[in-house]
Ligand binder design. Structure first.
Ligand code: G3P
Length: 218
């Protein structure tokens, strides 16, 4: 499974990229606002740090303007993935950009029907927001299962399921168990994936015992 980090904070992206385990980045208008920086320069900088797909979201709702925005974003760097909302105009924009060879991430997906339409529109990625579905008292991971079941029936579908709106490590584990292609994960949750108290305790015990040997490797 590919790991993307869900942030526009360049310092956080650099820190996670240093693990050597980062495959891409997703941003959205709220994450750009949170970064406090101009969007275009931030996306260009992120694309220079992470060679994988970097999602940059359009901010209009009509096809003509979304297409114009998407083309401008795509020119920022070759690894820009234009993000469009799951609306009729968004999917029309997706189809047009894909025909031009631009990667497209269709975002704000909340149903299997929407995901089916996105695959038909040739989306590179579909972003079901599992955390926001959970927030409503439903099972966001059930949507991932539905989408994976549908996509598996049609081998010609090339759309990758990008699990988004991840709230905790169990979302990542469950997504992996279902064979989701990508999870986009907030930096703090990626860090939590590394942590286990028994690892910390076991390492301390090993190093304490090693110290008692009085030996060194170097
Ligand atoms: O960036 C897309 C998605 O991961 C954002 O989800 O619910 O944390 O705003 P959320």
């Amino acid at each position: 499974m590919k790991f993307f980090v869900d942030t526009a904070d360049v310092a956080e992206i650099k820190d996670i990229a240093a693990t050597g385990l980062l495959d891409g980045v997703t941003t959205n208008p709220s994450l750009i606002l949170k970064s406090g920086r101009p969007m275009l320069e931030t996306i260009k900088e992120i694309c220079s740090i992470v060679p994988g797909p970097v999602s940059a979201e359009t901010v209009s709702t009509d096809y003509k303007t979304m297409l114009e925005e998407g083309r401008k974003l795509a020119k920022l760097a070759k690894n820009v993935t234009v993000k469009v909302p799951l609306t009729p105009d968004g999917l029309k924009t997706c189809k047009a950009l894909r025909e031009e060879g631009t990667m497209v991430n269709v975002t704000l997906c909340f149903s299997a029907g929407q995901a089916l339409l996105a695959a038909k529109a040739g989306a590179s990625f579909i972003s079901p927001f599992v955390g926001r579905i959970d927030d409503q008292g439903h099972d966001g991971m059930e949507l991932i299962h539905e989408i994976m079941t549908i996509y598996t029936q049609y081998p010609h579908f090339k759309t990758e399921v990008l699990v988004a709106s991840v709230r905790h490590t169990q979302h990542v584990i469950q997504a992996a168990k279902m064979g989701a292609h990508v999870a986009t994960v907030p930096p703090n949750i990626i860090r939590q994936l590394f942590k286990h108290v028994l690892t910390d305790n076991g390492l301390k015990a090993f190093l304490d015992d090693w110290a008692k040997t009085g030996q060194s490797i170097l």
